[in-house]
Structures are given as C-alpha cells and as structure tokens.
Design a binder for this molecule. Structure first.
Ligand code: CMC
Length: 429
C-alpha cells in the first residue's frame, strides 16, 4: 500500500505521496507543495535532506558503508573489472559483452586526437596555473572544436559525444601536467589500453622507450574505478544542474571539474598530503593536529576525514588503505607519510570528538599516498579524481537528459531589505 505524509500548517492539512526506491529508501514527494499551500517552500541549505532526482546509477548506504554501481558492489568491481568496463556499466546500465567492450574501446581510440590548435590555448596558461583550472578551461574549449549541441534524442549522437570526451579528456589531463613540467606533449599509443595509455601520456620521456608497469597501471585502474561515481555529490549535482539548462555535455563537465576542485570535495586529496607533510615537518606530533581539528576557534579540519553521507565507514577508503600498503610494498617505497596517516587515523578513530560526529577516513585520506608512490605530482591529484569521475558525470548527465528533467532552479527564503524608495546619488548619506 502506498504511504502518505501529512503536513499541517495553521490547522490546514496537506497530503503528499511517499515514493519508495528499489532499496526501500523513502522520499516525500513535495512536487505539489507550493501549489497546494499557496507558495510555501522548504528550506534545506546544502541539500542535506533533499533528493534532487530519481536515479538508477549508484546506490549508497552511508550507515552500512555500501556503495554499488548499477547494482554491483564496489569491492567486486575494484577487484574484477577494469575502468573501461565500469565506465560502460555506469553510462549504459549493464556490463558490456566482450564484443561491446571491444567496440567501445576501439571507438574511444579512434577519437584520441585533439585538435593541434588546442595547444595554443594550453600555451596561453602560465606554468604556475593550477591543473584543475586548466583542465576545466580546456574541457570547455573543446566545444569550440566540436561545435553543435548533442542531439539527445539520437542514441548515436549521444554515443559519439560520450566516446569523444572519454577519449580526449585523458589527453587534456596529461597535457596539462606535461606543460607544467616543461615536457613535450605526448600523443599516446593506441596499442595500449585506456589506463596504460593515460599513464604513457603522463609519464613517457621523450628520450626513453616507454615501458608499462603492471603494478602501477593496476593501481591506477583501481583508483579510477573507486572514484567513478558517487551519486548526487557537489560536482555531479553541478553537472546535472548545468546540463538541465540544455547546456551541452562538455560545458556541463567543465562546470563539474570546477566544483570538484574545492578542498571540501575532490581537492581534499591534495589537501591531505599537504596536511600530512606539514605534520611531518612539524615533528610528527599527531595529537597537536587532532587538538587543532577539535578546536572550534581554529578553522583547521582534518582533511580526508568525514563525509556527508558515510556515517560508519567509507568502503572506498577501506579498499584504498590496503591498496596503498600493497602498492608501496610492491614498488619497494617507504613513505613516512603513510605512517603518519595511519597514526592519525588510529588516534582520531578512538577520539570522542570524531566518534560522536561519526567522522571516518574518506576516499581521499589514502589516495594521495598511492598517487605519490606512482609519481603523480601533488597538484595533479584532483585531476586524477576527475579522470575517474568522468564516466559518472557522463552517466548522470545522460540520465538527466533522457528522463527529460526540468531545469534546476531552487527556491529561497528572502531575508534582505524590504521595498525601499530610490535615493539620488547626491542625496545619499
Ligand atoms: N575535521 C574536524 N571536524 C570535522 C570534520 C573534519 N574533517 N568534518 C566535519 N567535522 C565536524 C564539524 O565541525 C561539525 O562539528 P559540530 O557539529 O560540532 O559543528 C560536524 O563534524 C559535522 O560537520 P559538517 O561540516 O556539518 O558535515 P558536512 O556533512 O556538511 O561536511 C565534509 C562533510 C566532507 C565537507 C566535512 O566532513 C569536511 O570538511 N571534511 C574534510 C574535507 C574532506 O575530506 N573532504 C572530502 C570528502 S570525500 C571526497 C568527495 O567525495 O568529495
């Protein structure tokens, strides 16, 4: 039997249907609220209680620490699938058959050239520019080289746009890093797999033969899978809301990259390593930083801790922690920062402040340690996150357009000045 929520305002009762998701989540459908109540709205800064859409892509249970893409557990995907399979799964809904996967992979390879004029835009940036800003701008600039909005009514046009961006985005990301390092741009090699090719474009030296390293590429693949989608987070909601105005796919993605950049979101992976380095330089006194994080007069937060949705543990953090230990072991790297991270996590997990507020290490707490071991510069960490999140953003954009969602346009409660008469400039005091 369908459930109903009743709202009473000044003695008047209003009824709203409660909808149920496939995992038994309940949501009060308030679409009729303003019409029924004569304009009363809801207020929920940060959308802590607000569902913005119905989605069939990712399921997340923050209490139980569950994360599934299209019904498949993240643990199983990280273990058994590769990034391109996961991208296909997220975007199109099912794991690809061998034939579908081969076609998808070949179609992506076919699109891997980026117009040479894009280099002029890249050249316009100072070397000091943050890679996330450059990547967002280059993604937007791609529109100029691929004009015309995607005909979303055509599955073929949609597929072409998706393949194009999946192919060109790693090129832009790698070029962003090479420009910063003063290295000649690398065009990749289409005999390599998606992740290997990304690695080559980032790290191949002009005077050396590129040799793929399986440990490194497997670790990269796993990290990208773990970041591939996370339902309605800040950057994904940005992609959906920008796309809801019927701005194109690349423009929506460019906005998503900017949203991801912030230190409370994807930028946290860079902030974590910077924090761990600072603790190391300061003599490794973990307790001092725990105290700072707890001090309400100190703006310092323990980066890589806490999550809007996970209130028990972040399943991605669990996988990354063991991957970090494995990768460092396999590569024979001893990073003192990993010891500081483990010490910090141990102390925080036993501290009442963190326990009470259900603050646990999140996906970004250990990812930077692996990226560092793989030779990725610190300011490229968030770019790596963006590379992983790309299929999730695409899947969410596609779903939003196919479901014909209305333009995103929240309401507000106005708290400013009431009607004021205009005062001419010479009479203002
Ligand atoms: N260090 C110290 N205190 C914290 C932290 C932290 N990292 N995170 C939350 N708190 C405290 C906060 O001060 C508040 O305390 P009180 O109730 O006494 O005022 C309480 O915990 C609840 O915090 P909130 O800011 O209301 O929680 P939120 O859901 O709005 O924020 C968050 C979630 C992830 C933005 C936040 O935990 C944070 O800033 N963490 C550090 C940045 C970080 O690691 N971000 C990466 C998130 S995971 C990757 C991704 O998907 O983007």
């Amino acid at each position: 039997m369908s459930k109903i929520a009743t709202l009473e305002i000044d003695g008047n009762k209003y009824e709203f249907p409660i909808i149920q998701g496939t995992e038994s989540e309940l949501g009060i459908d308030i679409k009729a609220l303003r019409g029924a109540t004569g304009g009363i709205t809801t207020i929920d800064p940060g959308y802590k209680n607000t569902g913005s859409c119905e989605s069939a892509i990712t399921f997340l249970d923050g209490e139980k620490g569950i994360l599934r893409y299209r019904g498949y557990a993240i643990e199983e995907l990280a273990e058994k699938a590769d990034f391109l399979e996961v991208a296909y799964l997220l975007i199109f809904g099912d794991l690809p058959t061998a034939v579908e996967l081969e076609k998808f992979s070949n179609d992506i390879k076919e699109e891997s050239h980026v117009d040479e004029d894009m280099k002029k835009i890249l050249d316009g940036f100072p070397k000091s520019a943050h890679p996330m800003g450059v990547l967002s701008s280059l993604t937007n600039a791609l529109i100029a080289f691929n004009p015309g909005s995607v005909d979303v009514a055509s599955e073929e046009a949609m597929y072409d746009a998706i393949v194009k961006i999946l192919s060109k985005f790693p090129v832009l990301a790698a070029w962003t890093m090479r420009k910063r390092q003063g290295l000649p741009l690398d065009y990749g090699n289409d005999s390599l797999g998606y992740v290997e090719n990304l690695h080559k474009m980032m790290f191949a030296r002009p005077n050396r033969t590129y040799r793929a390293n399986k440990i490194v590429n497997d670790a990269l693949d796993k990290l990208l899978i773990l970041h591939a989608d996370h339902e309605q987070n800040c950057s994904t909601s940005t992609v959906r809301i920008v796309g809801s105005s019927h701005a194109g796919l690349f423009a929506s993605l460019s906005a998503g990259i900017s949203a991801l950049w912030g230190p409370l979101h994807g930028g946290a992976n860079q902030a974590v390593i910077e924090m761990l380095e600072a603790i190391k330089r300061d003599g490794g006194d973990v307790g001092k930083y725990i105290a700072k994080a707890k001090d309400k007069n100190d703006p310092f937060r323990l980066m890589g801790f806490g999550h809007r949705v996970y209130k028990n543990f972040d399943p991605r953090a669990k996988i990354i922690k063991s991957a970090a230990e494995e990768v460092l072991g396999d590569l024979g790297i001893e990073d003192p920062v990993l010891d500081i991270a483990k010490k910090l996590a141990k102390v925080a997990l036993e501290d009442e402040y963190f326990v009470q507020r259900k603050l646990y290490p999140n996906v970004d707490f250990y990812s930077g340690i692996i990226y560092r071991a793989l030779g990725v510069p610190t300011d490229m960490f968030t770019v790596m996150f963006a590379l992983g999140r790309l299929p999730g953003w695409i899947a969410q954009w596609r779903e939003m357009r196919l479901r014909k969602e209305p333009i995103g346009r929240p309401r507000q409660i106005y708290i400013g000045e009431r009607n004021r008469p205009f005062v001419a400039v010479e009479k203002r005091k």
